[in-house]
Ligand binder design. Structure first.
Ligand code: PDD
Length: 288
């Protein structure tokens, strides 16, 4: 079955889909993106993902290329054409094509590229044994709340993790506090049993999974603190885990080669993983 991408108004065979060499995304990383999970053919957390796309576009003063409703429609059509049951929709919007010049062009129409990908199954044992993370200095810019396509530090960090045999790299800011992973948010259950994750300022991307999980734990009798936590605190934590649209809730059992807590996925991370799975079931229209 041919695979399709959507590029500026047209569904194109994936292999032939292309953008202009003077697209500002290619020239300056002048654009934003969003990743919407698809589960059982349904878009998961469609509204918060489109809300975040709107915030990212607004921060860069890039207009919506199409209405939210049309973006969702195209996403669904790509899912149908590409026969995706479980996967991801990528939406990428750049400022558009214009002769190279750093300042905003007087006239440019935003470029829109949408693609889909089947879910790459994570190694089955990963949830049982937990993921290893390494730590790296956070060398990113100061607007990590914008889901920018400028991902070079994230790319380098993920590659460092892979080379170290780890799943993710947690980034540490100049003050010694963990910000987030290269494509995931970071959490710990601290020595006092409190659930701690960085507050959603400019230092992290406000993950849709992160926010959904915070809403799910509200009223569960767990103390939650949205605040910076240090690497030392993470090392001394009872449990750690990470969240994202692709990893869901993933226990972290080693940081820089040292075990976290028992070195096994802990009860809180395991319970939250199940809680989040039930949320995805509901989004996908599966009966509880
Ligand atoms: N990454 N932090 C960063 C830097 C991210 O890139 C992501 C998402 C997250 C988690 O956000 P969410 O829960 O909305 O997926 C946190 C996506 C999956 C990606 O870039 O592919």
């Amino acid at each position: 079955m041919p695979r399709f991408a959507y590029v500026n108004g047209r569904y194109r065979p994936h292999a032939e889909a292309a953008v202009h060499i003077e697209d500002r995304g290619y020239q300056f990383a002048d654009g934003v993106y969003e990743v919407v999970p698809v589960d059982d053919g349904a878009l998961v957390d469609e509204d918060p993902h489109l809300d975040r796309l709107g915030r990212s576009l607004g921060a860069l003063e890039i207009p919506w290329p199409l209405s939210r409703a049309n973006l969702a429609l195209i996403g669904r059509e790509l899912v149908r054409r590409n026969g995706i049951r479980d996967g991801l929709i990528y939406i990428q919007v750049t400022r558009g094509v214009a002769p190279r010049d750093h300042g905003f062009p007087a006239k440019a129409r935003p470029s829109l590229v949408m693609t889909t990908r089947r879910r790459r199954p994570l190694p089955a044992h990963l949830f049982d044994v937990g993921a290893k993370v390494i730590t790296i200095p956070d060398i990113r810019w100061r607007r990590c709340d914008i889901k920018s396509i400028g991902l070079l530090p994230n790319v380098l960090g993920k590659e460092a993790a892979r080379r170290a045999g780890a799943f993710e790299a947690w980034q540490v800011d100049d003050a010694g506090f963990i910000t987030e992973g290269t494509s995931t948010n970071a959490w710990i259950v601290d020595a006092a049993g409190r659930l701690v994750t960085r507050d959603p300022g400019a230092a992290i991307l406000s993950g849709v999974t992160r926010r959904a999980l915070l809403a799910l734990v509200a009223g569960q009798g767990i103390t939650v603190e949205e605040r910076p936590f240090s690497l030392a605190e993470a090392r001394a934590a009872r449990e750690a885990f990470l969240t994202s649209s692709t990893s869901l809730v993933m226990p972290v059992t080693a940081i820089d080669g040292a075990p976290v807590g028992s070195g096994r996925p802990g009860p809180v991370a395991t319970a939250l993983r199940q809680l989040y799975a039930a949320h995805v079931d509901a989004e996908a229209g599966r009966a509880p």
